[in-house]
Design a protein. Structure first.
Length: 320
């Protein structure tokens, strides 16, 4: 079966502006790098997206995906968190890891790999991510002034992210977790109108459990692949739990056939590139943003038309 026509049918100009030096007051006290921001050179700003990178990555990664959103009308803001591999290497030189190398080199460095696994399961690092995103949101007016300029009307924003960044996004969308020694905690932030989770987490990890997703009442897109998996060896069934357990209403799941954790290579160029999978991620995520941030009826109709394929990528697509 053929899929829907390409989205968007009439792409905007691809020219994108980039700044890698946005530093709202106090940001560098809690984050290792300035914000990386992308936005369209021309045309209106339809909304904004805060993108949360995965474990080991930084705000300079995911450039192609974030540029795609920016080229199509969004201010995309990418903070860098303390779990960036170079930040960990500089803070802990005893690990013997040389900063500044290949984006995937840590995966074959036993000490760094083990340390990053520890960080992933350490609440201090979960909360540090939340603090940085809150700081961005508290200083959003400054970010706009230093990028695309103040907006004449109020615009909506989305919290988005991949892997560890999808965990961060879930929390802001209203996912409840159990913090060790403290009990249930909810970090929902209604300044975000929608959430995109790229390779997210399910139960029994990082405080997630039965009932965690009950509070995600807003729009959410959960994207994963049939070759994706979790840090403890879970398979793709675990990766779709955010969709399965969230309450009905503006929830979407895209399960890409044969896609691994990197969904066609969205994070860094060193990853295996699968153009059809990556392109499907680009189309589905942009349509979701256009629907829930910009109120675009064509985007909603396109999402409704998906059956089992987007472009060259076969998938399972669900909505509730």
């Amino acid at each position: 079966m053929t899929g829907p026509p390409r989205y968007p049918a009439s792409p905007r100009p691809a020219a994108v502006k980039l700044r890698e030096d946005i530093t709202p007051s106090g940001l560098l006290d809690i984050s290792p790098l300035p914000l990386v921001c992308r936005w369209p050179e021309t045309g209106e700003i339809k909304g904004f997206a805060v993108f949360c990178h995965g474990l080991s990555a930084c705000g300079l990664d995911y450039a192609e995906l974030c540029s795609h959103w920016a080229a199509n009308g969004y201010l995309v803001i990418i903070p860098t968190f303390r779990d960036w591999v170079d930040a960990v290497a500089r803070a802990e030189p005893g690990l013997g890891y040389e900063p500044g190398g290949n984006g995937l080199a840590w995966a074959t460095h036993p000490k760094m790999r083990a340390r990053l696994f520890e960080i992933l399961h350490t609440p201090e690092y979960w909360l540090a991510r939340l603090a940085i995103v809150r700081h961005v949101m508290d200083n959003l007016e400054t970010v706009f002034e230093q990028t695309c300029g103040p907006q004449p009307k109020s615009i909506k924003g989305a919290i988005t992210g991949h892997s560890f960044g999808a965990y961060t996004s879930q929390l802001f969308a209203g996912c409840e977790i159990d913090l060790p020694g403290e009990g249930a905690a909810n970090f929902r932030d209604d300044r975000f109108a929608a959430a995109i989770l790229l390779s997210a987490q399910g139960r029994d990890q990082q405080g997630l459990r039965e009932g965690s997703w009950d509070g995600i009442t807003g729009p959410m897109l959960n994207v994963t692949g049939t070759r994706d998996g979790g840090a403890k060896g879970q398979d793709w069934h675990w990766k779709v739990e955010p969709y399965e357990f969230a309450p009905p209403g503006d929830k979407y799941l895209a399960l890409l056939t044969d896609a691994d954790h990197y969904l066609g290579g969205i994070a860094v160029p060193e990853q295996v590139q699968v153009p059809g999978q990556k392109d499907a991620v680009f189309q589905v995520t942009l349509a979701f943003l256009d629907d829930y941030l910009a109120g675009d009826a064509a985007a909603r109709n396109w999402l409704s038309s998906i059956d089992n394929r987007v472009g060259d990528c076969q998938l399972v697509f669900k909505r509730k």
